[in-house]
Design a protein around this ligand. Structure first.
Ligand SMILES: [Zn+2]
Length: 169
């Protein structure tokens, strides 16, 4: 996230809503006249994250994802894996990634694009490993551990998901 300068513009015409937009290289926040800086801080932080998320989403390319997967395939699976498609999806709220081994299709949640690359790599390796082993059994985890940062990435995702999303990863 960039540390863009924020300018707050208060207006009596705004009753309650706060909005944020990029203008001439800074972030303009339109806020109700009575709002205080302290009230606005958490709202601004949230709107900034959303704005940033939208930007990241626009830049997502399935081709980049494919290349990343190819690289991991060479590095950790002797380039032996084959799949039919790897794509970003934005309708996957419950899971970071999914794999349908029978069809060779892998889907990756767009939310991962906002995380450090080693986390995305972990999810890719996880889904690639499902091409060999569909279940989360011992064989599966030994495949995943070929990626040296897998434990760290799992910790990262668990911390983000909190209690909402235990399970698949
Ligand atoms: Zn899995």
């Amino acid at each position: 996230m960039t540390d863009q300068e924020v300018r707050i513009v208060r207006s009596a015409r705004r009753a309650r809503t706060v909005s944020i937009r990029e203008k001439d290289g800074y972030l303009e926040v339109l806020a109700p006249a009575t709002s205080t800086d302290a009230e606005l801080q958490p709202i601004i932080a949230r709107l900034r994250r959303r704005l940033e998320g939208r930007k990241v989403k626009r830049n997502l390319s399935d081709k980049d994802l494919e290349q990343r997967a190819e690289l991991l395939n060479r590095k950790h699976f002797d380039a032996k894996l084959a799949w039919s498609s790897i794509a970003w999806v934005s309708n996957q709220d419950q899971r970071w990634g999914s794999c349908t081994p029978a069809h060779g299709t892998i889907r990756i949640s767009h939310r991962l694009a906002e995380f450090p690359p080693f986390v995305l790599d972990y999810v890719l390796v996880h889904e690639l490993a499902h091409l060999i082993e569909p279940s989360h059994n011992r064989r599966f985890w030994s495949l995943v551990k070929r990626y040296p940062l897998s434990e760290r990435a799992r910790g990262y995702l668990l911390a983000i998901a909190g209690e909402q999303r235990e399970g698949d990863m």
